[in-house]
Design a protein around this ligand. Structure first.
Ligand SMILES: C[C@@H](CO)C(=O)SCCNC(=O)CCNC(=O)[C@H](O)C(C)(C)COP(=O)(O)OP(=O)(O)OC[C@H]1O[C@@H](n2cnc3c(N)ncnc32)[C@H](O)[C@@H]1OP(=O)(O)O
Length: 249
């Protein structure tokens, strides 16, 4: 396949180089890639490296970028979900692959630069997290979930508290879900004003469907997620007033 380092919009290719998409039914080694939903408009990328708990080796991330290219350019696909297995979303970077690399190799070779592709997709990318997701919310170069627009973490998500408020700048929301309810959330929403209005409204309507302000939080009268300093209020019914958004970069 042709893979690009600079992603293009779904509507056109920024450098006019034709892109050959993975043909339907393409087998990936580390991923299961398919379209789901009644309208087949959700692109689902499931990490499929069970023996290594979905550790993000180079091969997996290269395949991920191919799948993202594929879904970004597919006009039928409205949103993309990245998920793992019941035991692990992903065990972070592949530490076996990393262990012998020198600083010079990493720095000079732009180590992990290709991970950024996820954050550049011009469609909402949702990380559906279950099981292990170590280092999910710490630092800037975290596991891939930090590059997704929404992180929907099930109650089985382990190891890390969801409400750290210390996520990468591209994360908009963390949602911990159980029984279909949104129990908690945290975010750094600075960048929300730079998103297209339709995406903002989409986010808020997503919340509206899922939100259930917990009794405990109501009593405390504080925003969900405020523990981490980056919390926001839940808006179960109405989206907040949207100020004039800045144009997309
Ligand atoms: C880029 C930065 C961002 O800050 C990083 O992502 S650094 C990497 C961060 N990730 C980790 O440090 C996680 C390391 N893994 C673990 O701590 C544990 O595996 C665990 C997630 C807590 C699960 O433990 P458990 O006892 O259930 O499973 P095993 O340790 O026996 O693992 C099973 C199998 O998977 C291999 N594996 C696990 N994590 C990784 C990894 N990150 N990279 C490569 N391989 C990994 C592990 O070696 C086992 O395989 P085996 O050796 O038996 O062939």
């Amino acid at each position: 396949y042709y893979t690009r380092s600079i992603p293009c919009s779904p509507a056109h290719c920024c450098n006019d180089v034709p892109v050959s998409l993975p043909p339907a039914g393409t087998q990936f080694q580390y991923l299961v890639v398919e379209k789901k939903g009644a309208k087949q408009n959700v692109g689902v990328i499931q990490l499929n490296r069970p023996k290594a708990l979905n550790a993000l080796c180079d091969g997996l991330m290269n395949e991920m970028n191919q799948a993202l290219d594929f879904f970004e350019k597919d006009p039928d696909v409205g949103a993309i979900v990245i998920t793992g297995s019941e035991k692990a979303f992903a065990a972070g970077a592949d530490i076996k692959e990393m262990q012998n690399r020198t600083f010079q190799e990493c720095y000079g070779g732009s180590f992990l630069a290709h991970w950024n592709r996820v954050s550049l997709v011009r469609k909402p990318v949702i990380a559906a997290v279950n099981g292990y997701a170590p280092r999910m919310f710490l630092g800037k170069y975290c596991t891939m979930v930090n590059f997704c627009v929404i992180v929907s973490a099930s109650s089985r998500q382990t190891q890390m508290p969801v409400l750290t408020g210390n996520c990468g700048s591209l994360n908009i929301l963390f949602m911990q879900r159980a029984n279909g309810k949104c129990l908690s959330q945290s975010s750094r929403i600075n960048s929300i004003q730079t998103l297209a209005p339709s995406l903002q409204l989409w986010l808020w309507s997503f919340l509206g469907v899922e939100s259930a302000y917990s009794e405990a939080e109501k009593k405390k009268d504080r925003p969900w997620g405020s523990e981490g300093g980056g919390g926001i209020r839940a808006y179960p019914l109405q989206p907040p007033a949207v100020s004039t958004p800045s144009p997309l970069p």
